[in-house]
Design a protein around this ligand. Structure first.
Ligand SMILES: [Zn+2]
Length: 187
């Protein structure tokens, strides 16, 4: 019985493709998928940190999150439109670390879209981009200060992030800013 590492997963139409490094199973062969928990947990921490940064930077500077890329070691978020400067970073970082220290629970609920559209009026999520066929949404709440529809994976409480450091601010064009960050590694 062999094993291979899944190095990439992609969805095309109704098919989910797993790209393997190593021997390929033969057609109709039954396989067992094993999760790389260390990597998954690192992504969960980074992604939860992204929710915090997006919330804080939206509240303070009105900058919307335009995209993000999560990796186990270092991640980045693009904000646009955004105009905050480097001198804003220490306060942003301090606020994230404040929320980490306070150890707020991260909770998941499923809500009706119509209900949410009322609640999230003028908030940082733009529900108009979601296909109208989606009637219910998975809501991720952090403490009582952030609520965002998201299908991703998250930690149970902000304390698990241990600490966050913003390592770079880069202008990516007119009113587009990329923030790169790292988390305190786990012991
Ligand atoms: Zn999320």
């Amino acid at each position: 019985m062999g094993s291979s590492a899944v190095i990439h997963v992609a969805k095309q139409g109704n098919h989910i493709y797993h790209y393997l490094e190593g021997p390929l199973p033969s057609k109709d062969q039954e396989v067992t998928l094993k999760l790389d928990w260390t990597r998954r947990y690192a992504h969960m921490r980074m992604h939860t940190a992204q929710h915090l940064l997006s919330r804080i930077i939206f509240d303070k500077y009105g900058a919307m999150t335009a995209g993000n890329q999560i990796y186990a070691e270092v991640s980045h978020i693009d904000f646009a439109p955004a105009t905050f400067q480097s001198d804003a970073l220490p306060a942003i970082e301090a606020k994230v670390n404040h929320y980490i220290k306070e150890d707020h629970p991260v909770t998941i609920t499923v809500v009706e879209r119509a209900e949410l559209e009322m609640e999230m009026d003028l908030d940082r999520s733009d529900l108009s981009k979601l296909p109208s066929s989606i009637k219910r949404l998975r809501m991720v709440r952090i403490g009582n200060f952030d609520a965002y529809p998201c299908a991703g994976t998250h930690v149970h409480s902000t304390g698990e992030l241990l600490g966050l450091k913003i390592t770079k601010r880069k202008s990516k064009g007119k009113e587009k800013i990329r923030i790169t960050y790292e988390l305190t590694p786990q012991k």
